[in-house]
Design a binder for this molecule. Structure first.
Ligand SMILES: C[S@@+](CC[C@H](N)C(=O)[O-])C[C@H]1O[C@@H](n2cnc3c(N)ncnc32)[C@H](O)[C@@H]1O
Length: 404
């Protein structure tokens, strides 16, 4: 079997180069979607076969055909970019496939928007939802989304609105390169309805800020004040403490492993992963229900593939590699602290938070023995006081940071 995959853009036959045209004019059988086959010149003399649904099954049957056969397959744009070219190579091997690429839709979108391709991340929404990665974006970032259909732009706008990015500008780039090319532009706030065409790419420049009405910061900042976004049962480090704690654990350029001991809702480990793209974390939590919270929260914040969830400590420690960072948020005992200090990798850092007299005593003793930095953080939140308002003290937290 020999397969020649020819990329074709929305500009159809006009946009094809000499080699692509010669291939198609000399072909005996050409497979493609009905839309793509309709773009071919009348001079093409081959049998034209439209994929039937499901396409993957039809393609599989065709590729299983006889060894000395040669077929041509049309692909949109660049066949090895989220395209059928890659599927075919994976199935029968690159030595049996010739690819003749056309310009990819992403190249066209960057050309239209004047964006540098190297620094513009692309995310495919052909098969997944947009929400998880939004949590990692910050104001000023830009991004392209490959749409599944005309409704995708609406779900992107909705997700942006829900994530504090309602002011972001969106461009919906339809039928790029073709006679019906149309670029729609709107803020996420104002976008309503569907894209003009099912063939579209969405560009976004993220914009968001402190939303005073909801008391929310731009996502991505460590410790974003959105406990509502972390499913929890009250066992959650509140936002200001989360920001201080994630900052104490630090940002690290190289791959780094964090243990989040007594993870609760997992918010510390998750926020730390969001500020450390090359980090991995293990969340230790003895309550099965809270382990489910950690899993759901990790999924929601787009870090599920970088976090492992384990059960009670110290039993579970032995089954995971030594960490570069340890955070102890709950269940502090002198034995647990000693155990953690021993297991910390060379050059590592441990941060422990305490709110009870008992755990504060342990941290003070540890500070006396090992040094490091010991601090107490007091904070208050405004709230109602009878018919007026006043400051409400929150629990003072003692935090010990050490690089033993
Ligand atoms: C399966 S991917 C294939 C990408 C293709 N291999 C390429 O290089 O452009 C399909 C995605 O590209 C988008 N797309 C393809 N052609 C397009 C065009 N002419 N204008 C806008 N979007 C296009 C589709 O809407 C979809 O999101």
């Amino acid at each position: 079997m020999r397969v020649v995959v020819v990329g074709i853009g929305a500009d159809g036959w006009d946009g094809l180069g000499g080699p692509a045209r010669r291939e198609l004019l000399g072909a005996t059988e050409i497979y493609g979607s009905r839309r793509q086959l309709d773009l071919l010149d009348a001079e093409v003399d081959a049998g034209l076969i439209a994929w039937h649904s499901p396409m993957s099954q039809h393609l599989g049957e065709v590729l299983a055909g006889s060894a000395d056969r040669e077929i041509h397959v049309l692909a949109s744009g660049d066949p090895t970019y989220y395209g059928v070219g890659s599927t075919i190579i994976e199935s029968i091997g690159a030595e049996h496939v010739t690819i003749i690429p056309a310009v990819s839709s992403v190249t066209l979108a960057c050309a239209r928007l004047g964006w540098d391709q190297v620094s513009t991340p692309v995310e495919s929404l052909l098969e997944k939802s947009v929400l998880p990665t939004l949590a990692q974006r910050k104001a000023g970032d830009r991004m392209l989304f490959l749409s599944r259909d005309a409704a995708t732009a609406g779900s992107i706008a909705e997700a942006l609105r829900q994530s504090g990015f309602a002011d972001s500008r969106m461009w919906v780039l339809n039928d790029l390169g073709g006679p019906d090319e149309l670029i729609q532009s709107s803020t996420a706030q104002d976008w309503r309805g569907n894209a003009a065409s099912s063939l579209n790419i969405v560009g976004v420049v993220f914009s968001g800020g402190f939303d005073w009405s909801r008391g929310e910061w731009v996502p991505y900042v460590a410790g974003t004040p959105r406990p509502d976004r972390f499913t929890n049962d009250g066992q959650i480090t509140k936002q200001p403490m989360r920001a201080i704690t994630v900052s104490a654990l630090g940002r690290v350029a190289e791959p780094t492993l964090l243990w989040d001991v007594g993870a609760g809702s997992g918010s510390i480990g998750i926020d730390w992963l969001r500020t450390n793209p090359r980090g991995r974390a293990v969340a230790f939590e003895s309550h099965p229900e809270r382990r489910e919270f950690v899993a759901a929260n990790a999924e929601h914040h787009g870090v599920a593939d970088r976090i492992d969830i384990k059960g009670p400590v110290p039993e579970s420690f032995a089954r995971v590699p030594a960490p570069d960072r340890i955070f102890i948020g709950g269940g502090l005992t002198a034995e647990l602290l000693d155990d953690c200090l021993e297991r910390l990798a060379a050059g590592g850092r441990l941060v422990a938070n305490a709110v009870t007299l008992e755990s504060e005593t342990i941290l003070m003793a540890a500070y006396a023995e090992h040094g490091g930095e010991l601090q107490r953080i007091q904070w208050e939140t405004a709230g109602s006081l009878g018919r007026r308002s006043g400051w409400e003290p929150r629990r003072t937290i003692m935090q010990w940071t050490v690089e033993p």
